[in-house]
Design a protein around this ligand. Structure first.
Ligand code: COI
Length: 331
C-alpha cells in the first residue's frame, strides 16, 4: 500500500515517523509542498493522499490528483469548507477529515483569550513592560460574574461549556441542532436574539459553511449588550470584520479576540517582522489594548498535531485498503 502526504511541516514529522514505524507494510512518502495541479504528480502511484492546507482544494487540483490515480483525500484538519465537493463527486474521490483531534485545544484557547480580555492582561502586560506597576485603572472582571453565550455546541463548544462552568459562569447556548444530553440542563435558548440580548460574553464554535456567512454582522452586533466581549476561534467568515471594527470604535463591542480572519490565507503563519505588514486593518487591531489577535493557533498543540497526523493516516490507509473510515465525510 502506498500513501502520499502533502504539506508536512517539521512539527508533524514526529507523529508521522511514529505512525510509519507502526505500519512497516505501508509505503508512506511525503512532501512539504501543498497540493495543487503542479504538485499532483508527486502522489502518482498512491491511491490515498493525506492533505492539509487552507488554500482551496479546487476542481483543477482534484482532477489532477484523480488523473494520477488518487482515489481519496484525507484532511488532517476538521474544516472542509475549502473543498469543491461537486468536483470531488465528479472524480469519485472519497474524503475524510479529523473532526475530533482535540476539541480541548480550541476550546481552551477560546477561554484563555476570553479570560485575558476580562482581566485586561494586554494593558497590564504593557504597563509592566514599561515598569509601571500600578493597579488602576486596569481592573479585571471575573468569569463567574458573566453570562457567556456559546454559539454552536459540537465537540468544541461542549468542551468550552464544561470549562466555563468550571469557572462558575452562567452559560447559555444556541445551536440549531441542540445536543440532547446538554438540552436536559436547560442551557439552550431558542433563538440567537435571546442569546445576544442576555450574554455579556459571546464565543463562536460553528463551522464556516455558507449558511453561517457573516453570522455576526452589524444587525447582530446591534442586538448585543453594549460593551459585549466577542471571541472567534472558529472561522473568519463568520464575522463581518468591518462591522466588528465599527462596533469596537463605538464601544458597542468592549473587547474582541480573533484567532481567525476571512483574509488570513497568505497572512497568518508567515513572518512579517522584517517586511512591511500587508494588512492595515489587522495591523490596527493588533495595536488595540482591548483586542487580541492570534494567527489561527487555537488548534496548535502537541496533542492536536499528533492526532491530526495519525488519525488522517489511519483513514487514508483504510481508504487505500477498500474500507470506509468512521471519519469519512458524507457528501
Ligand atoms: C481546522 O482543523 O479546520 C482548523 O481550523 C485548524 C487548521 C487550520 C489546521
Amino acid at each position: 500500500v502506498k500513501l502520499f502526504a502533502y504539506g508536512i511541516r517539521d512539527d508533524e514529522k514526529n507523529a508521522l515517523t511514529t505512525w510509519r514505524n507502526q505500519h512497516p507494510e505501508v509505503e508512506l512518502a511525503y512532501t512539504d509542498e501543498l497540493v495543487m495541479p503542479s504538485t499532483a504528480a508527486l502522489a502518482n502511484g498512491a491511491s490515498a493522499a493525506v492533505v492539509y492546507q487552507q488554500l482551496p482544494y479546487t476542481r483543477e487540483t482534484l482532477a489532477a490528483l484523480a488523473q494520477n490515480g488518487v482515489k481519496s483525500i484525507s484532511l488532517r484538519n476538521v474544516g472542509t469548507d475549502n473543498i469543491d465537493f461537486d468536483a470531488a463527486r465528479e472524480f469519485g474521490l472519497q474524503v475524510s477529515n479529523v473532526p475530533v483531534y482535540s476539541p480541548n485545544a480550541i476550546a481552551e484557547h477560546s477561554i484563555i483569550q476570553m479570560s485575558r480580555l476580562l482581566r485586561q492582561t494586554k494593558a497590564m502586560d504593557a504597563k509592566v513592560a514599561k515598569h509601571d506597576l500600578r493597579w488602576a485603572p486596569t481592573i479585571g472582571r471575573e468569569v463567574r460574574m458573566q453570562t457567556v453565550g456559546v454559539i454552536g455546541t459540537g465537540h468544541i463548544g461542549r468542551v468550552a461549556i464544561k470549562i466555563l462552568q468550571g469557572f462558575g459562569a452562567n452559560v447559555i447556548a444556541f445551536d440549531p441542532y441542540p445536543n440532547p444530553e446538554l438540552a436536559q440542563s436547560g442551557i439552550y435558548v431558542d433563538r440567537l436574539e435571546e442569546l445576544y440580548a442576555q450574554a455579556d460574553v459571546i464565543s463562536l464554535y460553528v463551522p464556516g459553511v455558507p449558511a453561517n456567512y457573516h453570522l455576526i454582522d452589524a444587525a447582530a452586533i446591534a442586538q448585543m449588550k453594549p460593551g459585549v466581549v466577542l471571541v472567534n476561534v472558529s472561522r473568519g467568515n463568520l464575522m463581518d470584520l468591518d462591522a466588528i471594527i465599527a462596533g469596537l470604535n463605538s464601544g458597542q463591542i468592549g473587547d474582541f479576540a480573533m484567532d481567525v480572519y476571512e483574509d488570513e490565507v497568505g497572512l497568518f503563519n508567515e513572518d512579517w517582522s522584517d517586511k512591511p505588514f500587508p494588512d492595515p486593518k489587522i495591523a490596527a487591531l493588533i495595536k488595540q489594548e482591548n483586542v487580541l489577535v492570534t494567527p489561527h493557533t487555537a488548534f496548535y498543540t502537541t496533542k492536536a498535531v499528533y492526532e491530526m497526523v495519525t488519525q488522517s493516516l489511519d483513514a487514508a490507509l483504510m481508504f487505500a485498503t477498500g474500507q470506509t473510515p468512521a471519519i469519512a465525510v458524507e457528501y
